[in-house]
Structures are given as structure tokens and as C-alpha cells.
Design a protein around this ligand. Structure first.
Ligand code: SAH
Length: 412
């Protein structure tokens, strides 16, 4: 058999016909939509996932069997049906019109093959296995593992010819504010991890999982933001300065922050500082400890018929302080889940305020220290007793305090 000739089809706005509405079509259609193709789906029936695309107006559906006229104006056709005779009829109609036809039922009879694919930012790796899809997938998996491990990122990273036409070095770098997740190193997003492996400079928080930093590629400049020797406000200015200076010097800087960058993380201030200096910024959201730490302790922040709301609040300013922006009296009147971050130091004052404004003392409460990590500790208590229990048990930050009936709902 002669070897296939690889191509990257640019399908934006171009008609692609998919015949069939089952599992194979369900897997094939998203990549076509992602490529911007004008998808016409011909099939008497659809899976719910395909119907969702139809309902959202992302593709056109003809609810019937294939007719050769369906190929009018098409650039490509894919059959996703088991019925060989029906697929052969589609394939014959396509050949007559000189349209390439991918066949799910018979690769040997197809005029085009779809490769196994892995995508890394702007780079797409497509693998054909010489007629053996399993071989293609295992090679693809190996390449994907290599790219996710950060190896070979010099060729797919920020300063590759992919990003800089003509191979010129960019004069201004950029900054990514990346949420590292709550502590478990696997709870960073795929995008966050990819950017981390591409970074020239990583500026990391105290709460960032250490193991993530362990895996950075050699030669990365690592700045530990928690070691900056000034008070909190000077330290923030200093961090902003480091981000801007390194980026203006051409580096790709990843600002790695615990949880989500915009949940009590001062990510907004860093974004503004970069914007003011003309440095482009990407924000990669993260899994916040406000939801993940309770989850890791078996506490859902909402539960049907138990809590239809959750409120995330910072406890780092005492309730009676003039600097407080939180209406603790109003929070006491809510029935749902209260999630308090940075709340241990002021916990006695916070719980007293909630009790004074009417939240019942027997309301279940819990504290999750170092949630999602190997050092996780969980304390279960009540609103009336939790402050004393935290002291008695010697719980320390970082910890999330939960108040509400969701505490205990999943306990046997
Ligand atoms: N941006 C972070 C929160 C920063 S404020 C996020 O989205 O998670 C820091 C507070 O977050 C800590 O004082 C603590 O209340 C909470 N926190 C962060 N990591 C935590 C963890 N693993 N377990 C429990 N609480 C955590």
C-alpha cells in the first residue's frame, strides 16, 4: 500500500458532511466544530450529545438517511455508520464528486484517514499508524506524555517559530496568572500545567504545591514570593515589579498562585500592574480551596434539599474592625453554606457574631486544614463549639471553615 500524504485541512466555514448519529459521530463532530467546519449531519437518529450541538445551533441536522445530493458543496465527508452497504454508497457518491471520504466501517476502502491527535496550545500532533489505529494511538500517547512532561517544550513553547513568525525573538514577553489548585499537585488544570512547563520564570506562592515546582524544567528561574523580605503591601509591589521587569525583558513569566488566582489571591492587582506596563496577561483559573478542601473532606458545598447556596467569605479582618467589608449580620441570616477562608485567627469573634445575629449554635460546622494534601486534617463540630475545638485540637492555617447543614449530609 502506498503511504498516506498528511495534510492539515483548514475547514473554517467549509461544509463537512457527517453520515451517522451514533457514538462514532459523537466523537468525531467536536473536532470538526473546533476547526470551524460547517457541519451537516445526516442521520435518522442522534445521541443526546449530538442533539445538544443541534439545539445550540452549532450544526445542521437532516433527520433521515443519506442522499447523494447531501454532498453538494461539501469539501469532506465522514461516514460514521456500521452498515457497510450504506457507507459504500456514501463513499461512491463522494468519489464521483472528488470529495475525500473517511470511513469508520472500512479503513481500507476509505480515501482519507483521521489521525490520532494531541493538541498542545498552538501545536497539533497527528499520528497515522499505517492502517492500525491502535498503533497510532499508542504513539500519540507517548508523544502526549512527553509534551506534558515539559520535554521538547523548547520546540512547542513560547519562543518557538510557531508563535513568532520568521523566528524572531519577541521583545516583550508575557505573564500568565495560573491557579495551581488547592494542594494536590494533580489538581492544576491541563492548561496551567502546560504553561508552567513552558515558563522561563516562575513566581510561586507559599500555598503552591511544592511538588509542582519539583517538576519544572532545568534552567527555569524560580522566585519564591513568600521569601520577599518586606511587609505584605511592599511585598506585593515587589512581586508586581518582578513580573513586569522579567516580562519586559522578554521572558515568559508564570505567576503561580494557590487555588484560583482571583479568589483572595490579589490576582487582579497583578493583572492591573502588568496591563499598566503594557505586558500581555493570560489568566488560567484554578480549582479553589473554597470548594475543593470541603470536597476532599467529604463535604459538598451544596446538596439537594439541604443547601441551595454557598457563600465564600474572607475572615482575615475581624468582624468588628472598621476595615471589614463583610456583613456578618446578614450572613447569619442565610440558611446555606458559609465557607470561610483565612478564618482561624478570628474564628471566635466570627462565630460569636454569627450566633449573636441568629444562626443557631447547633448548626453543623467543620474545619479542613491542608485539604487535598497528605497533611489533610478534618474537624467536625458545631457553630457554637468550633472555635474552642480548633484551639483544643491545635488546627493551623491554611484551613477552610464550613458552617451549614451540608456538613454531615454524606456521613453514613
Ligand atoms: N486563591 C486561594 C485562596 C487564597 S487565601 C484559593 O482559591 O484557594 C488563602 C486561604 O485559602 C487560606 O488561609 C485557607 O483559608 C485557604 N486554603 C488554601 N489552600 C487550602 C487548603 N489546601 N486547605 C484548606 N484551606 C486552604
Amino acid at each position: 500500500m502506498s503511504s498516506p500524504y498528511p495534510l492539515g485541512l483548514r475547514l473554517a466555514g467549509r461544509r463537512v458532511v457527517v453520515v451517522g448519529g451514533g457514538a462514532v459521530a459523537t466523537r468525531r463532530v467536536p473536532a470538526l466544530l473546533d476547526a470551524g467546519a460547517d457541519v451537516l449531519l445526516v442521520s435518522p437518529e442522534l445521541t443526546p450529545a449530538l442533539r445538544a450541538h443541534v439545539d445550540a445551533g452549532r450544526l445542521r441536522w437532516e433527520p433521515r438517511r443519506f442522499a447523494p445530493g447531501d454532498l453538494d458543496g461539501a469539501w469532506l465527508v465522514q461516514t460514521a455508520i456500521d452498515d457497510r452497504a450504506a457507507a459504500a454508497a456514501v463513499s461512491d457518491a463522494a468519489a464521483e464528486r472528488r470529495i475525500f471520504c473517511v470511513r469508520a466501517d472500512d479503513r481500507a476502502a476509505a480515501t482519507a484517514w483521521t489521525p490520532a491527535v494531541t493538541r498542545h496550545g498552538p501545536v497539533t500532533v497527528a499520528v497515522l499508524g499505517g492502517g492500525d489505529p491502535r498503533r497510532a494511538m499508542s504513539v500519540r500517547d507517548a508523544v502526549r506524555a512527553l509534551l506534558s512532561a515539559g520535554k521538547g517544550t523548547d520546540s512547542v513553547g513560547q519562543r518557538s517559530p510557531v508563535d513568532t513568525p520568521g523566528g524572531r525573538e519577541p521583545t516583550v514577553g508575557r505573564v500568565a496568572l495560573v491557579g495551581a489548585g488547592p494542594g494536590d499537585r494533580e489538581l492544576i488544570t491541563v492548561k496551567g500545567w502546560r504553561l508552567l512547563t513552558e515558563a522561563d520564570v516562575v513566581v510561586a506562592d507559599r500555598l503552591v504545591p511544592g511538588l509542582l515546582l519539583d517538576e519544572l524544567r532545568a534552567g527555569v528561574e524560580l522566585v519564591d514570593a513568600s521569601k520577599i523580605p518586606y511587609g505584605p503591601s511592599r511585598a506585593q509591589e515587589e512581586i508586581n515589579r518582578i513580573l513586569v521587569d522579567r516580562a519586559l525583558a522578554g521572558a515568559f513569566v508564570v505567576r503561580l498562585k494557590g487555588g484560583d488566582p482571583y479568589v483572595f489571591g490579589r490576582g487582579g492587582e497583578e493583572l492591573l500592574a502588568c496591563a499598566a506596563a503594557g505586558v500581555p496577561v493570560t489568566v488560567v483559573p484554578g480549582v479553589t480551596s473554597a470548594i475543593a478542601a470541603p470536597a476532599a473532606a467529604g463535604i459538598p458545598v451544596t446538596h439537594r434539599a439541604v443547601a441551595h447556596e454557598f457563600t465564600v467569605v474572607s475572615g482575615h479582618v475581624a468582624p468588628d474592625s472598621p476595615a471589614s467589608l463583610v456583613r456578618w449580620d446578614a450572613l447569619a441570616g442565610l440558611r446555606g453554606t458559609l465557607v470561610i477562608l483565612m478564618g482561624l485567627k478570628n474564628l471566635a469573634a466570627i462565630t460569636e457574631t454569627l450566633l449573636a445575629h441568629g444562626r443557631p449554635a447547633q448548626t453543623p460546622a467543620a474545619v479542613v486544614q491542608e485539604g487535598t494534601t497528605g497533611g489533610q486534617r478534618v474537624l467536625r463540630s458545631t457553630l457554637g463549639a468550633v472555635a474552642a475545638d480548633v484551639v483544643a485540637e491545635g488546627l493551623r492555617p491554611p484551613a477552610v471553615v464550613l458552617v451549614g447543614d451540608v456538613v454531615g449530609t454524606l456521613d453514613g
